[in-house]
Design a protein around this ligand. Structure first.
Ligand code: NAD
Length: 437
C-alpha cells in the first residue's frame, strides 16, 4: 500500500486542472495555500481525573464564495496534512454544487474508540470552546459539521458550548445536529442520496437501467449502508458489501442481496462477516442457506461488477491495485479513495470515476440547507429537502459533463476545473486576485 499524502494528492489534481481552468499563477498560489491554519492542544479530563492533551486543528482553505464549511474528524491519522487536504476539497465541493460556502475542515488526532462517552464530551466541548473563544467558529464565519467518528450528539455538545460562550442562541454555527436542536430532515442519508442522483444521471447516459446493474459497496457505515438501501429500493442488484472486518458477496452470479438482511447481519454481529464467521472458522451451513460467500476487502474491490461504490477510507485504489479493478464505474462516496496514480491507471483502462467532490456533495448540500433553515427560523419538510437536493446534484452533474465534453478531460479533472473556475471568479470579483490571466 502506498504512503498516504493527501495534501500532495490535492495539489497534483489542482495543478493538473489549473491550465484547463485558465487559472493564473496568482490564482493557483491562492488555492495552493489555506487562508488560515489554526492549531491547538485540546486538554480535557479523563474519567480517572488525569488530564490528557491531544492535537486539534481547524484549517480554513478558501472563503471567496461564503463562510468556511466542513466537518470535524476524530481519528488517530487526522494530522495537519490530512485536514489541509480535506479543507481544500471542501472549497471545491461547495463550488461544484454551487452553494454559497467556502471550504474548511477540523480534526482531533485521537483514537475515539479508546475514550468513554463522557471523555468524548469533555474533549468536544474543549475543542469548540477554543474555536469559539479564538473567533474561529461562527454562523457567518466558519460552520462545522460531523465527519468520521463525530455524530449528531457531538454536534449538540459543541453547539451548547458555543452558545454558553456567546450567551445567546446561534444554531446555525454547526450542522448535522439532532433534529430537536435544529437539524435538517434528510441530512442523515443526504450524502448517499446525492451520490445516487448523480449515478442515475450517469447511467442514463449509458442507457443502463438499475435492474441490469450490479453494485459492490466497500464500507457499510453511514454513507455505504444508506446508499445500499437507496440503491436496493430503486432495483439495483447489490451483490457485495464490506466493512473493516471483511465482506460478504452473493454466492450465485445471478443473485443479489436483500439489503435489509445486510443491515440485520451488521447489527446482530457488529460486522457483516461476523454474522457467519468467528476468526477463521465459518458456519458453512448458514452461508449456504443465505447464499453468501466471504470476501476480503481486496477481493471486493476487484469484483466484476458494473458499479464499485467506495464508501470507507481514502487511498484504497492506488498504483498497486488499480490495474485489477474491473468495475467500469466507480462512485466515490468516501473522500479521496482513489490516488492520482490510481486515477491514471483507471483512465488508461477506460474506467470512469465519479469523483468525491461531486459524488459525496449531497451531505454538505443538506448541511447548507440546515444552515439556511436555522438562519431563517424555518423547518423544511423532508420531500422539499430531497427535491431541492436532487435539483442541485443534477445541475452540478450537467455542468460537470459540459466541462468534460468541452475539454475532453476525466470526470475528476472536469470537477476540479468547474470548482476552480467558480472560486477564481469569486476571488476576482472581490479583488483578491487580479482580473486577468
Ligand atoms: P462511518 O464511520 O459511518 O463508516 C465507515 C465504514 O467503513 C464502516 O463500515 C467501517 O467498518 C468501514 N471500513 C473501515 N475500514 C475499512 C476497510 N479497511 N475496508 C472496508 N471498510 C472499512 O463513516 P461514513 O460517515 O460512512 O464515511 C465514510 C467516508 O465517506 C469517509 O471518507 C467520509 O469522509 C466520507 N463522507 C461521508 C459523509 C457523510 O455524510 N457520512 C459525507 C461526505 C463524505
Amino acid at each position: 500500500m502506498t504512503a498516504k499524502k493527501p495534501f500532495e494528492h490535492f495539489l497534483k489534481n489542482l495543478r493538473g486542472a489549473a491550465d484547463v481552468a485558465g487559472l493564473s499563477p496568482e490564482g493557483l498560489a491562492a488555492l495552493e495555500t489555506p487562508e488560515h491554519i489554526h492549531q491547538t492542544e485540546v486538554e480535557f479530563a479523563l474519567d480517572s481525573g488525569e488530564k490528557k492533551k491531544v492535537p486539534g486543528y481547524r484549517v480554513e482553505h478558501n472563503s471567496a464564495r461564503g463562510p468556511y464549511k466542513g466537518g470535524i474528524r476524530y481519528h488517530h491519522e487526522a494530522d495537519l496534512d490530512e485536514v489541509k487536504a480535506l479543507a481544500a476539497l471542501m472549497s471545491l465541493k461547495c463550488a461544484v454544487v454551487n452553494i454559497p460556502m467556502g471550504g474548511g475542515k477540523g480534526g482531533i488526532q485521537v483514537n475515539p474508540k479508546e475514550l468513554s462517552e463522557s471523555e468524548i464530551e469533555r474533549m468536544s466541548r474543549a475543542y469548540f470552546r477554543w474555536g469559539t473563544e479564538e473567533g474561529i467558529f461562527g454562523v457567518n464565519r466558519d460552520v462545522p459539521a460531523p465527519d468520521v467518528y463525530t455524530t449528531p450528539q457531538v454536534m449538540a455538545w459543541m453547539l451548547d458550548e458555543h452558545e454558553k460562550v456567546l450567551g445567546y442562541k446561534s444554531p446555525g454555527v454547526i450542522t448535522g445536529k439532532p433534529l430537536e436542536l435544529g437539524g435538517s430532515l434528510g441530512r442523515s442519508y443526504a450524502t448517499s442520496q446525492g451520490g445516487f442522483f448523480v449515478l442515475m444521471k450517469y447511467l442514463e447516459k449509458l442507457n443502463k437501467v438499475p435492474g441490469e446493474t450490479t453494485v459492490a459497496i466497500q464500507g457499510f457505515g453511514n454513507a455505504g449502508a444508506y446508499f445500499a438501501e437507496i440503491a436496493h429500493k430503486a432495483g439495483f442488484r447489490v451483490v457485495a458489501a464490506s466493512d473493516s472486518k471483511g465482506g460478504v458477496a452473493c454466492d450465485v452470479d445471478s443473485d443479489s442481496f436483500d439489503v435489509r438482511k445486510l443491515s440485520e447481519w451488521k447489527k446482530a454481529a457488529g460486522s457483516l462477516r461476523g454474522n457467519f464467521c468467528e476468526g477463521k472458522s465459518c458456519d458453512m451451513e448458514m452461508m449456504k442457506k443465505e447464499h453468501v460467500k466471504i470476501v476480503s476487502n481486496e477481493e471486493l474491490l476487484e469484483m466484476d461488477v458494473d458499479v464499485l461504490v467506495l464508501a470507507a477510507l481514502d487511498g484504497v485504489v492506488h498504483e498497486e491495485n488499480a490495474d485489477r479493478i474491473k468495475a467500469p464505474i466507480i462512485l466515490e462516496l468516501a473522500n479521496g479513495p482513489v490516488t492520482p496514480e490510481g486515477d491514471v491507471i483507471l483512465e488508461k483502462n477506460n474506467g470512469a470515476v465519479i469523483p468525491d467532490i461531486l459524488a459525496n456533495a449531497g451531505g454538505v448540500t443538506v448541511s447548507y440547507f440546515e444552515w439556511v433553515q436555522n438562519r431563517s427560523g424555518d423547518v423544511w419538510e423532508e420531500d422539499y429537502v430531497i427535491a431541492k437536493l436532487r435539483k442541485i446534484m443534477e445541475h452540478a452533474f450537467d455542468d460537470l459533463m459540459k466541462v468534460r465534453d468541452e475539454n475532453d478531460t476525466s470526470l475528476r479533472q472536469a470537477a476540479f476545473v468547474l470548482g476552480v473556475q467558480r472560486i477564481a471568479t469569486a476571488m476576482k470579483l472581490r479583488g483578491t486576485i487580479a482580473n486577468d490571466k
